[in-house]
Design a protein around this ligand. Structure first.
Ligand code: UDP
Length: 332
């Protein structure tokens, strides 16, 4: 299949690109390289364009005429979304609409959307099911929920069939070391912990030890990014049957506390990690764990890589990055 991957130079997108190329698909990436890294991509066509450039997006989709579009390009920092909500609604909602309208015009009917657990906000149930209440608590989550609503309306109108994949905590790196996590600024636990272990000089902080959990620290559902990529390819194939607008959680149904993650990270690195216990970080719910029953039933998908594998692959990437990659990375 010919797949158009927006945001393909980003963290989750670049893992999907490698998995898709490995599976024999013809892949074209569309990315504005505002946060992505062209050098982690295989030798495929890269269209450098922003989704707000409506004319270029329409011309690009028309020229490429893909069998399906996988849409990763988005702003994704929760804190930034509180300070600059305009950026999130414009890039994530208007950008997605431009892309969907370009697809309508070019008669491309299959769409896989990168959504997030942030659409649930402070979830009332555990594990979280797709039918749980959607109550995002920041503009980032709201922008993703708005696109999901857009997708429902576009499916009802008979324009685009879609699957919105709601990721829980994406983590880990490509097992072959071809791509990995490289955010600037980095806010996520696993890369910060491993970069500290690799000598980044940034002191690791554990946010909050008084949560109502088994050891007082937050519980999260970590999913290997290559498992996420695999779910996307399954979703593209499944959409062949025509599906409306579907929403599917991508999680493991299993949660780990921050302390458990740091202990396993210490085992992987070969020395216990040093950290400071500090106050809670604003906006962190105590527990976020997905039910992946629907992903299993519909896509036949379950995560194959466990927490240790997540940490091992991420450690290989970050220990290598600390001796070269990050320094040579350009973020234009
Ligand atoms: N966390 C932490 N120190 C950090 C970054 C994160 O203790 O430097 C905690 C955070 O409070 C949360 C968990 O690790 O409980 C996962 O946070 P992350 O930012 O990786 O993902 P989120 O669940 O917020 O999407």
């Amino acid at each position: 299949m010919r797949l158009l991957v927006t945001g393909g130079a980003g963290y989750v997108g670049s893992h999907l690109v490698w998995e898709a190329v490995d599976a024999g698909h013809d892949v074209v990436v569309l990315d504005d390289l505002s946060t992505g890294h062209a050098e982690v991509l295989p030798d495929i066509e890269l269209v450098v364009a922003n989704l707000l450039d409506r004319d270029r997006i329409h011309a690009g989709v028309k020229r490429l005429k893909p069998d399906a579009v996988l849409h990763f390009a988005a702003k994704s920092l929760v804190g930034e979304s509180m300070r600059r909500p305009d950026l999130y609604f414009r890039n994530n909602v208007v950008g997605s609409m431009n892309l969907l309208d370009a697809m309508r015009e070019a008669d491309v009917g299959r769409f896989v959307f990168s959504s997030t657990a942030a659409v649930y906000g402070e979830a009332e149930t555990c594990p979280i099911e797709e039918t749980s209440t959607l109550a995002p608590i920041n503009p980032y989550g709201t922008s993703k929920k708005m696109v999901e609503e857009l997708l429902a309306a576009y499916a009802d109108a008979g324009w685009v069939n879609s699957v919105a994949l709601r990721y829980f905590n994406a983590a880990g790196a490509d097992a072959k070391g071809r791509t990995g996590e490289d955010h600037d600024p980095e806010t996520h636990l696993i890369p910060i912990a491993l970069m500290a272990a690799a000598g980044s000089g940034r002191r690791l902080k554990l946010f909050g030890t008084d949560y109502p959990t088994r050891d007082g620290t937050c519980v999260r559902d970590y999913v290997h990014v290559s498992d996420l990529a695999d779910a996307h390819l399954r979703a593209v194939n499944w959409l062949e049957d025509g599906a409306g607008a579907q929403r599917i959680n991508l999680g493991s149904s299993e949660g780990y506390t921050v302390r458990e993650v740091l202990t396993t990270a210490g085992d992987v690195v070969g020395t216990p990690l040093q950290f400071d216990e500090v106050e809670r970080r604003a906006g962190d719910p105590a527990v976020l764990v997905a039910s992946h029953a629907r992903a299993k039933a519909v896509l036949g998908w379950s995560p194959e890589r466990d927490l240790r594998t997540i940490l091992e692959t991420a450690w290989r990437w970050h220990s290598r990055a600390s001796s070269g990659h990050a320094a040579s990375t350009t973020t234009t």
